[in-house]
Design a protein around this ligand. Structure first.
Ligand code: DAH
Length: 343
């Protein structure tokens, strides 16, 4: 006669084995085989139940209850597994290979010139400059006359452009936005203005007929050349690095007086002279100057009360200097082999 403790052990073992077999059955056929083996008429559990009668009467209720519990659990597991197997699309399908590398998605990236624009605007944002925009289709008044460039003056040739209609043209610089902002805002004004500009220029290694510019303008009472120079030097240090030096060269622009072209020491050679800087050690980064009183008059600011500085830079040229790119056309041809290097 089997001692009850042993019977209880057998019961536990049958239940564990049965549950494992149910769990691991990969098809409804396998599941049915497991059911027959553990719950069938001559299966493990039925056998135990049959032997119950031989146990001492006092133990029978306990053993009987345990056997029924085991049977209930096995049946529940069977039903659950059957539902899962029926839901699976195909029981013969191989399991997913989780080690397989994923398909590479085609990711876009920010264009290197756009990235340079964002970085420049961010540095000026820290100095209190807002980022604004203006129209690319512009009138002669804003592109020339408000900026102290009379239409018939030879200086206008520097900003020759494409006309869309009588008196309406594609702006040849972002400077017209200076006038637009001053007309609609009282001082103090501090803005940077990124945007596209258009010129009757050849498309060669250093020119593009459509290109980006960033205009800068600061106007308030008491702004002087020292503040201007300090601001630009701070910008150059932040953008090109602490060791970059700047130099202000006298220049001419109708909308500034005095005017200056600003150079930074060449990042490729550190100022010794190389092919990037054409042997000079310097890279020109912007045109600039103190805003001409005639511009203040054109927009209705009092030139006796207000002073300010303005500058205009070409982020594509700056990107060329920074990344050592020899030909500006690379930025505009859309060749992904080139652009992907900047992601
Ligand atoms: N607008 C000029 C150009 O396109 C650049 C420039 C020069 C902008 C001096 C300025 C400035 O604001 O003060 O060549």
């Amino acid at each position: 006669m089997t001692p009850p403790v042993q019977l209880l052990d057998t019961l536990t073992r049958i239940e564990e084995e049965g549950l494992a077999a149910i769990e691991s059955s990969g098809s409804l056929d396998e599941l049915e085989a497991a059911r027959i083996r553990y719950l069938g008429r001559s299966g493990g559990l039925t056998d135990v139940l049959r032997r119950l009668g031989q146990a001492p009467a006092a133990q029978r209720p306990v053993l009987g209850a345990a056997a029924n519990e085991a049977k209930r659990r096995l049946q529940a597991a069977l039903e659950e597994r059957a539902v899962a197997l029926k839901r699976a699309p195909s029981t013969t399908r191989p399991p997913a290979d989780l080690t397989m590398p994923g398909r590479r998605a085609c990711w876009g990236g920010v264009h290197p010139v756009t990235r340079v624009i964002d970085e420049i605007c961010e540095i000026f944002r820290e100095l209190g400059f807002s980022r604004v925009r203006g129209p690319e289709a512009e009138t002669e008044w804003y592109n020339f006359e408000a900026l102290n460039i009379p239409l018939e003056h030879p200086a206008a040739d520097m900003w020759d452009t494409f006309y869309l209609a009588d008196g309406v043209l594609l702006r040849s610089h972002t400077s017209p936005v200076q006038a637009r902002i001053m007309e609609t805002h009282d001082p103090p004004v501090r803005v940077v203005v990124p945007g596209m500009c258009y010129r009757r220029d050849p498309f060669d290694a250093t020119h593009a007929p459509a290109f980006e510019q960033i205009e800068g303008l600061a106007v308030d009472e008491g702004i002087d050349f020292v503040e201007f120079r300090f601001t630009i030097e701070h910008f150059v240090h932040r953008f090109f690095g602490k060791h970059t030096r700047t130099r202000f060269r006298p220049a001419y622009f109708p909308f500034t007086e005095p005017s200056a072209e600003v150079d930074a020491t060449c990042g490729s050679c550190g100022g010794d002279g190389c092919s990037t800087c054409k042997g000079t050690g310097w890279i020109e980064i912007m045109g600039s100057g103190m805003v001409h009183p005639a511009v203040f008059e054109a927009v209705g600011y009092d030139p006796e009360r207000y002073t300010g500085y303005a500058f205009g830079m070409g982020p594509a040229r700056i990107a060329m200097a920074r990344y050592g790119i020899p030909d500006i056309r690379l930025f505009y041809e859309g060749d992904l082999r080139f652009l992907e290097q900047f992601r």
